[in-house]
Design a binder for this molecule. Sequence first.
Ligand code: K1U
Ligand code: ZN
Length: 174
Amino acid sequence: MLRPILIHPDPRLKKPASPVVDLSDELRVLASDMLETMYDAPGIGLAAPQVGVLDRLIVLDCEKEEGATPRPLAMFNPEVIATSDETSVYEEGCLSIPDIYAEVTRPAEVEVAWMDADGRAHQEVFTGLWATCVQHEIDHLEGKLFIDYLKPLKRQMITRKMVKLKRERAREKA
Ligand code: K1U
Ligand code: ZN
């Protein structure tokens, strides 16, 4: 089932999410819905707070090249356990901030630990777009958006644009 994606500004996008303690079927359904919603958007990642659920769950698949084998990942309680000193700059976007892109500098490599939908523990080093995306998604779990890395004036301009967009969308719906 597709879930509606919250648009910034929304208080649910600014709150830290809670650790997942019990892996319930409800959470497995949420992970599957989030992957469906991410592919439909289309996007390469999605965090539970973006669909209004304040649990520490993210999904991602950065194999976006034509003909690449999909690699859908659902990560419960993801944690960055190591970062490289080397950084990389990527023009990021966000499904909660449509049609806005800006350069963000982050560690080029990150080691992430997480639990899968069956409760199995994983640990992996991510590089390239995977590293950028997994950090962007884990930020969502802390209530942090990529625009929080920008200068305040730029951030304010983007937020005003989003307020206008939300007003227009609400008017279209009525
Ligand atoms: O978290 C999100 O809102 C999803 C976001 C993830 C992301 C993108 C770029 C850098 C870091 C994190 C997106 O997926 S935005 C859409 C997007 O990047 C994309 C869409 C279709 C094809 C390829 C990329
Ligand atoms: Zn985002």
